[in-house]
Design a protein around this ligand. Structure first.
Ligand SMILES: C[S@@+](CC[C@H](N)C(=O)[O-])C[C@H]1O[C@@H](n2cnc3c(N)ncnc32)[C@H](O)[C@@H]1O
Length: 239
């Protein structure tokens, strides 16, 4: 996993203080599901919230969201609390979420699984504490067996400090199979994304599918999960 120390480096803190607080800052793929699944009074948990930018983004879509953010960086949590005192921020590493089962309507997580080899542990916790939706981005490729995990140096706005974190790409079918064995079996799995060239640190020459997955918790009708992955430029064997 990455550590609070890595994400508390001055350049990372400064970057997330200045970026990704407005709808205009986020990727078009990140706007596909989010505005459709928020509703007045929705209880939202944001895993890896940095300085709380997605609170501001979510309330641009739906002013009455009840937002909680967690992050493993104490500096990020302090900054988020100072900037958005009307939201709740908790210092937590994502692997054991300090919340009851089904506590949130939406559990959201962006730009975490690309640096976290054990995405399964976090996704399982996200699903447990959600009563309806879990929304996360993840980088996928077909036929890589399980996972490619290399390392690279995160340097935000060139402060010259070495700060190496994992760079993680997961096998597309492996991820879907993992999701299908969550309990309860998801009612639906939707996805959107696009292929994008990544720098050599990804450990592959291929373009990588930058993917957003929306899991809908509930009882799969007749034990069958509804798949809506047609927008993704990947053929899944598991579906
Ligand atoms: C790349 S930033 C993304 C911030 C924000 N989610 C976004 O998309 O703009 C990753 C953030 O997630 C936090 N983080 C990484 N792994 C985490 C984990 N396992 N649990 C909680 N926070 C984590 C880092 O401290 C950092 O603030």
């Amino acid at each position: 996993m990455t550590t609070g120390k890595q994400w508390s480096s001055q350049s990372a803190i400064d970057y997330y203080a200045q970026h990704r607080h407005e709808v205009a800052d986020i990727y078009p793929s990140e706007t596909v599901f989010l505005p459709r699944i928020l509703f007045p009074g929705a209880k939202v948990l944001d895993v890896g919230c940095a300085s709380g930018g997605f609170f501001n983004i979510m309330r641009s879509y739906e002013p009455a969201v009840e937002y909680t953010g967690i992050d493993l960086s104490a500096t990020a949590v302090e900054m988020a609390r100072a900037r958005y005192p009307e939201a709740t921020f908790v210092l937590n590493e994502g692997f054991t979420l300090p919340f009851e089962d089904n506590a949130f309507d939406l559990v959201h997580c962006t730009s975490v699984f690309n640096n976290e080899p054990n995405y399964q542990a976090i996704l399982k916790e996200m699903y447990r504490v959600s009563n309806r939706f879990a929304l996360a981005d993840i980088r996928l490729l077909k036929g890589i067996g399980n996972q490619i995990s290399t390392t690279y140096n995160i340097q935000f706005e060139a402060d010259g400090i070495e700060n190496t974190v994992p760079y993680v790409v997961n096998d597309a079918d492996d991820v879907v199979n993992f999701i299908l064995q969550l309990d309860p079996k998801p009612k639906a799995l939707r996805g959107t994304g696009y292929f994008h060239t990544v720098a050599k640190e990804a450990g592959t020459d291929s373009e990588i599918c930058m993917t957003i997955l929306l899991l809908e918790k509930g009882n799969a009708t007749g034990g069958q999960t509804v798949f809506d992955l047609g927008d993704l430029p990947i053929e899944f064997s598991a579906t």
